[in-house]
Every structure is written in structure tokens, then in C-alpha cells.
Design a protein around this ligand. Structure first.
Ligand SMILES: [Zn+2]
Length: 130
């Protein structure tokens, strides 16, 4: 049951984010610590992503939509999204994740469009300090 990956724009994500069953997964590496992040996003750095996939799946229990992004969503974001889709396909149990998406233009595009960013240092992001 290989899942396909679709792309969402920043404005689509902004309206999707109002739903409780969506998780935003930031796979940037060090940049997250100095560039800010999308409010409420989870952080699973691309360099350790494969090892952390089981943790990620636990962290997003109850969510049916995951939106991946990196800085530009050209390499790391789509790659990690693909990896997770393949991993989910290998699991016997259905984890309830129905949609795997990638944010077009990544965090840089999001921030450049003036969309809300958070600069907290909480892990995980508590989401209120934008
Ligand atoms: Zn934050």
C-alpha cells in the first residue's frame, strides 16, 4: 500500500492547519534553530530521519495528514516524505495516516510570503509564541 505524496501551497497549508488532525514535520537540520519555524511544527532532522521514523509515528498518533517541509522542499522534504510513505507501506498495522504532503517552496517560501512563524526554543514547539 504505497502511498502517494502530494504537494500543498502555503495558503492551502494555512487553512489545513486549522484542523486538529494535521501535523507539520520540519526536516531541516541546523537551520531550524536560527531561522525560526512554522508554529506548532514537529522537528525531525533529515540526517537522522530514518532512525527516528518510529518516534515520529508515535508523535503523530491520531493525525491523518502529515505535511513535510525543509528549507526549500526540493530535496530533504520530499525525500523524507517518500521514506515515511515507504515505511508505512511496510508496516502491518495501519497507523491511520492517510495523506502525506510536501509544502511547496518549503520554510523559506512560507516565511517570504509573510506567513506566521515561531521563534520559540521549546521542544516540541508549543505553538503560541508567534
Ligand atoms: Zn515554536
Amino acid at each position: 500500500m504505497a502511498k502517494s505524496i502530494s504537494y500543498v501551497t502555503g495558503s492551502q497549508l494555512l487553512s489545513l492547519k486549522r484542523r486538529p488532525n494535521i501535523a507539520v514535520v520540519d526536516v531541516r537540520d541546523d537551520e531550524r534553530s536560527y531561522d525560526g519555524h512554522i508554529t506548532g511544527s514537529l522537528h525531525y532532522a533529515s540526517d537522522t530521519f530514518s532512525d527516528k521514523m518510529p518516534n515520529l509515528i508515535q508523535a503523530v498518533r491520531g493525525k491523518d495528514t502529515l505535511v513535510f517541509h525543509c528549507a526549500l522542499s526540493q530535496v530533504r522534504g520530499p525525500k523524507c516524505a517518500r521514506r515515511l510513505a515507504d515505511y508505512l507501506g511496510e508496516l502491518k498495522e495501519d497507523m491511520g495516516i492517510k495523506n502525506i504532503m510536501v509544502l511547496e517552496r518549503g520554510y523559506n517560501g512560507w516565511e517570504a510570503s509573510g506567513r506566521p512563524v515561531c521563534r520559540c526554543t521549546n521542544i516540541p514547539c508549543q505553538g503560541d509564541s508567534a
